[in-house]
Design a protein around this ligand. Sequence first.
Ligand SMILES: C[S@@+](CC[C@H](N)C(=O)[O-])C[C@H]1O[C@@H](n2cnc3c(N)ncnc32)[C@H](O)[C@@H]1O
Length: 213
Amino acid sequence: MTAETVRCFDALAADAQWYTFTPNERRITDEFVRRWGIRPGDWVLEPGCGSGRLTVILAALTGPEGRVLAFDASREFIRAAARRGMPAHVTLHAFRMETAPLPQASFEHVVCFNAFPHLVPQERTAYRLAGALRPGGVLWIAHTCSRGFVNGVHRQGPASLRNHLLPAPRVLDRLLRGAGLGEVEIEDGADRFLARAVHPAPVFAGPPVDRHA
Ligand SMILES: C[S@@+](CC[C@H](N)C(=O)[O-])C[C@H]1O[C@@H](n2cnc3c(N)ncnc32)[C@H](O)[C@@H]1O
């Protein structure tokens, strides 16, 4: 990720669009929340959290017995998220996906919400996020608009974002399986995009990782 790309996102942090949901975005997000099935006590990782508009929802779903680790490459966005006054079980970091120190085998869910196209190189991102999932944990790639719309916006955006594209389902399926994930399901809809991929549970499971160590 170049300094120029980070500057683009710092500038985006001044755009009110990224702080609230339109009624349509909220309706789709509520439907996603039902699909995600995040339960009290779950650990959730949210790369590219922006201003934290989803983070507060994730925090309510996990409750204080769970944990939400949210990060973003833009310090401006992380400052904005911190200004919301997140509950104590939410941790915010100004991390870049490429170098974020991620706890291993720790999360029930990883939620990339309107962010995956930017997390380049995407193959490496999928591999790193898969490593952060507990066996049976789920990686979600969610967009509150169609793939065509996302890619159209990025293709017309600043030069450094033009190749930040949401892959076609066939390509994304291969990418996620290549990262060691399975049970891939992709909904490439007219008003949304949702991909799901599961970290396979080992046949002979050892003792679970102690996440509190
Ligand atoms: C389109 S915004 C979406 C933000 C938020 N998920 C939302 O829907 O409100 C994409 C976010 O990804 C972040 N981002 C882009 N590349 C990143 C990277 N390599 N590592 C971490 N965050 C990144 C940007 O700073 C930006 O906040």
